[in-house]
Design a protein around this ligand. Structure first.
Ligand code: NDP
Length: 449
C-alpha cells in the first residue's frame, strides 16, 4: 500500500505500476493526478463505473521505432524514437517531440499523460500526445541533425496528420528541427499540410509569439497567482533554471513586468548576474551561437559561474523551474522557503518532486504546477493551427493578447475548481480535477472509447 491514496484509487495505481514496469516518471505523473481525484469520484460516481481513470491512464496508441542515420564520419548510428498518442477525446493528439539521451518510454508517457490535462485546461480542441528520441543533439553538426530528423520523419509521417496527431518542439527540438521534420513530411507526402506540425518558422506557417509562448504564459500565470494574493511581480528577485526556449522567454516577460532575474542555468552550472541577466547576451549565446552558458561569464566578467552549482541555493522571492523533470527536490524547496521564496511557477514539466511540492504547499506559498503554468506553449500551438486552417497570420500583439487571455482563464479555472473541491488555492488539485472533468465528460459522451 502506498500512503495517501484512498481504497478506490489504490488498486488503480497498483494496476498502473504492474502494467508499466520500470517507468518511474510515468508512475509519478499518474500518482500525482489520481491522488487528487477522490472527491471527483464522490461527486461523479459514474466515472468509477465507467473505469474512466483506468481508461485515461492507458494510451490509445504507442509507437516505437528505429531511427538509423549516418554521422559526418560516415558511421552508422541507431536511435530509438517514440510517439505516444495518449488521448484524442478533445481533438487530435498534440504534444512536442523531445530529443535527449535520457528519453525512454517512461519519460514520453509521463509527458503524454500530463499533456492530456494541460491541453484540456486550455479550452482548445486538442488531445494529448508526446514523442521523442534518445538522440543527443549536443555537439552534432547541422547536417547530422538534418539527417537524423529526416530519418525519424520517414517513419513518423505515417502516424501523424493535421486531424490525427500534431507534433511540436520540446527539449532539444526547436525551430531548426521542426523545419527539417516538416520538410521531410512535405517531401514524402507531397502535401503542404501546414497544420501537421507547430513551432514552424514565421515565413512558412509559424505563428508569431509561439517561440515566446511557454515562457510568457508561465509569467502570466505567476502574475495571476500573485494578484489573487494582493501581490505583484514588481521588484521581486527571480531565479530561472535552464537557459533554453522556456527559460529565455520566462526571463524576458518577468523583466518586462518588473521582476529582477538574477540567475539561470544549464546542465553544467549556474550563472549569477547581480545586475540582472543580460537577455541580449543570453539570446546571442544560446539562440544564435548555440554555445554553453559558460560563454556568458566569458563575455560578462562581472557575472559569476557556479560549476555544477544548484540554482535553488540562490536567495530569491520567485523561483521558476524551466529546465527538466525532478530538478527541484524537497531539500531545494526547504532552502528556497527559508531564504524568502513566496511563489513558484513551473515552466518545465514536472520539475518539482512530489516531496518538493508538499513542502511548498505546507508552507502555503503560491505554487503553479506545470500542467497549468506552462500550458501557454501548447495553447499558442493550437492558435498556430487555427491560423494555418484559415490561411491567416495574426500580429504579435494580437496573438500575445490571446495567449494572456487563455492563461488568465486557466488560472481562474484552476482556482475555482480548487475551491469547489475543498482545497482553495491548491492549483495542483484545481488543474488535475478541471482537466480530468473536461476529458472525462467528453469520453463519457462518446461511449466506450
Ligand atoms: P530547451 O532544449 O530549449 O532547453 C532546455 C534547458 O534545460 C537547457 O538549458 C538544458 O541545459 C536544461 N536541461 C535539459 N535537460 C536537463 C537535465 N537533465 N538536467 C539539467 N538541465 C537540463 O527545452 P525547452 O526550454 O523547450 O524545455 C524546457 C522544459 O519546458 C521541459 O521540461 C519541457 O518539457 C517544458 N516545456 C516546453 C515547452 C515548449 O514550448 N518548448 C512547452 C511546455 C513545457 P543543457 O543545454 O545543458 O542540456
Amino acid at each position: 500500500m502506498v500512503a495517501g491514496l484512498d481504497e478506490k484509487l489504490e488498486p488503480i495505481y497498483q494496476d498502473v505500476l504492474r502494467r508499466n514496469p520500470g517507468e518511474t516518471e510515468f508512475h509519478q505523473a499518474v500518482r500525482e493526478v489520481i491522488e487528487t481525484l477522490g472527491p471527483v469520484l464522490v461527486k461523479y460516481p459514474e466515472f468509477a463505473e465507467q473505469k474512466m481513470i483506468q481508461r485515461i491512464c492507458e494510451p490509445e496508441r504507442q509507437i516505437i521505432f528505429r531511427v538509423p542515420w549516418q554521422d559526418d564520419r560516415g558511421q552508422i548510428q541507431i536511435n530509438r524514437a517514440f510517439r505516444v498518442e495518449f488521448n484524442s477525446a478533445l481533438g487530435p493528439y498534440k504534444g512536442g517531440m523531445r530529443f535527449h539521451p535520457s528519453v525512454y518510454l517512461g519519460i514520453i508517457k509521463f509527458l503524454g499523460f500530463e499533456q492530456i490535462f494541460k491541453n484540456a485546461l486550455t479550452g482548445l480542441p486538442i488531445g494529448g500526445g508526446k514523442g521523442g528520441s534518445d538522440f543527443d543533439p549536443k555537439g552534432k553538426s547541422d547536417c547530422e541533425i538534418m539527417r537524423f530528423c529526416q530519418s525519424l520523419m520517414t517513419e513518423l509521417y505515417r502516424h501523424i496528420g493535421d486531424h490525427t496527431d500534431v507534433p511540436a518542439g520540446d527539449i532539444g527540438v526547436g525551430e531548426r528541427e521542426v523545419g527539417y521534420l516538416f520538410g521531410q513530411y512535405k517531401r514524402i507526402t507531397n502535401r503542404y499540410e501546414s497544420g501537421v506540425m507547430t513551432g514552424k518558422g514565421l515565413s512558412w506557417g509559424g505563428s508569431r509569439a509561439r517561440r515566446e509562448a511557454t515562457g510568457y504564459g508561465t509569467i502570466f500565470f505567476l502574475e495571476e497567482m500573485l494578484r489573487v494574493r494582493g501581490n505583484s511581480l514588481v521588484g521581486k528577485t527571480c531565479i530561472v533554471s535552464g537557459s533554453g526556449n522556456v527559460a529565455i522567454y520566462a526571463i524576458e516577460k518577468a523583466k518586462a513586468l518588473g521582476g529582477r532575474v538574477i540567475a539561470c542555468s544549464d546542465s553544467n552550472g549556474v550563472v549569477v548576474d547581480r545586475d540582472g541577466i543580460d537577455l541580449d547576451l543570453l539570446k546571442q549565446i544560446k539562440e544564435v551561437e548555440r554555445r554553453r552558458l559558460t560563454a556568458y561569464v566569458q563575455e560578462k566578467t562581472s557575472a559569476t559561474y557556479l560549476e555544477n552549482g544548484c540554482i535553488w541555493t540562490i536567495p530569491c522571492q520567485v523561483a521558476l523551474p524551466c529546465a527538466t523533470q525532478n530538478e527541484l527536490t524537497a531539500k531545494d524547496a526547504k532552502t528556497l522557503i527559508e531564504q524568502g521564496c513566496i511563489a513558484v511557477a513551473e515552466g518545465a514539466n514536472m520539475p518539482t518532486t512530489p516531496e518538493g511540492i508538499r513542502v511548498f504547499q505546507d508552507a502555503g506559498i503560491a505554487f503553479g504546477p506545470g500542467k497549468a503554468a506552462n500550458a501557454g506553449g501548447v495553447a499558442t500551438s493550437a492558435l498556430e493551427m487555427q491560423q494555418n486552417a484559415s490561411r491567416d497570420s495574426w500580429t504579435f500583439d494580437y496573438t500575445e493578447q490571446r495567449l494572456k487571455t487563455i492563461m488568465v482563464a486557466i488560472h481562474r479555472r484552476c482556482h475555482e475548481t480548487s475551491e469547489e473541491f475543498g482545497a482553495p488555492g491548491n492549483y495542483v488539485v484545481g488543474a488535475n480535477i478541471a482537466g480530468f472533468l473536461k476529458v472525462g465528460h467528453a469520453m463519457s459522451a462518446m461511449g466506450l472509447i
